[in-house]
Design a protein around this ligand. Sequence first.
Ligand SMILES: Cc1cc2nc3c(=O)[nH]c(=O)nc-3n(C[C@H](O)[C@H](O)[C@H](O)COP(=O)(O)OP(=O)(O)OC[C@H]3O[C@@H](n4cnc5c(N)ncnc54)[C@H](O)[C@@H]3O)c2cc1C
Length: 275
Amino acid sequence: MGDYLRPASLDEALQALARPWTVLAGGTDFYPARVGRLIDDNVLDITAIAALRGIAADAAGWHLGATTTWSELIEADLPPLFDGLKQAAREVGGRQIQNAGTVAGNLCNASPAADGVPALLALDAEVELAGRAGRRRLPLSAFITGNRRTALAPGELLVAVHVPKASASARSAFLKLGARRYLVISIAMAAATLEVEDHRVAAARVAVGACSAVAQRLPALEAALAGAPLDAALGDRVDAAHLAPLSPIDDVRGSAAYRRDTAITLLRRLLRSLA
Ligand SMILES: Cc1cc2nc3c(=O)[nH]c(=O)nc-3n(C[C@H](O)[C@H](O)[C@H](O)COP(=O)(O)OP(=O)(O)OC[C@H]3O[C@@H](n4cnc5c(N)ncnc54)[C@H](O)[C@@H]3O)c2cc1C
């Protein structure tokens, strides 16, 4: 076995990262990736760092510390803007996984099927990274650069996820399709946030996951929704052409064509439910 370190301060963690360590948060992606073999990584467990815990709000928006678990998010008192992210959280594995797994771990693992990614893209989230040289913030869309690839530089930790304030009317939703009801890897998932004014869509942010190496926002659909009346016909505005940023693949969970079809159906249902 390699070394194991569980620092109590962020400073200590960042100093340790002067040499390579594998970061461990909830371990729910870390351990399944190592089944059947010795863990010889040097493991830096970040769960004792108080500065990385908890959810806070200020004038600019909300700040989710890096070790915020899915269960903590579900139980937090948050406005309807977060309903979509909470719906995604309730579908991440089962309750034990939600108790241990973190939102930040989901982003850093960067699976194309990570349920947190489309929900956070629809919230315009940013991530905050810290290293010995200082801190930087990146839009989530720039942080995940490919299948299991992120913009984390050696020696950096993701320390927080930031969700900017939206209008008080903002509401969001998330839908996922898997091969069974619980404990399922997404075949496709969709998330949307709508800001509403005079019963019309003032602004829309829509993202689809598991239909490309990295979940994608759909700008053409967002433009088509802007100004639309908030009624049952909202879902009918989804058109196959809006899915142009997606590049679904054929795999054991579904064909590319099935994924495309699923994405359209999920988006239509999602928008109808929000309307
Ligand atoms: C049975 C089961 C069911 C699951 N179901 C789902 C599901 O339905 N949907 C879904 O999206 N996921 C699912 N997962 C995957 C997993 O639970 C989530 O991705 C979870 O959010 C990962 O968080 P974690 O804290 O456990 O990450 P960890 O396993 O601790 O870490 C994951 C990766 O991120 C890195 N990392 C973690 N935190 C940081 C940080 N702050 N800074 C830098 N790097 C960091 C680690 O080094 C590692 O590479 C499932 C897993 C299991 C075992």
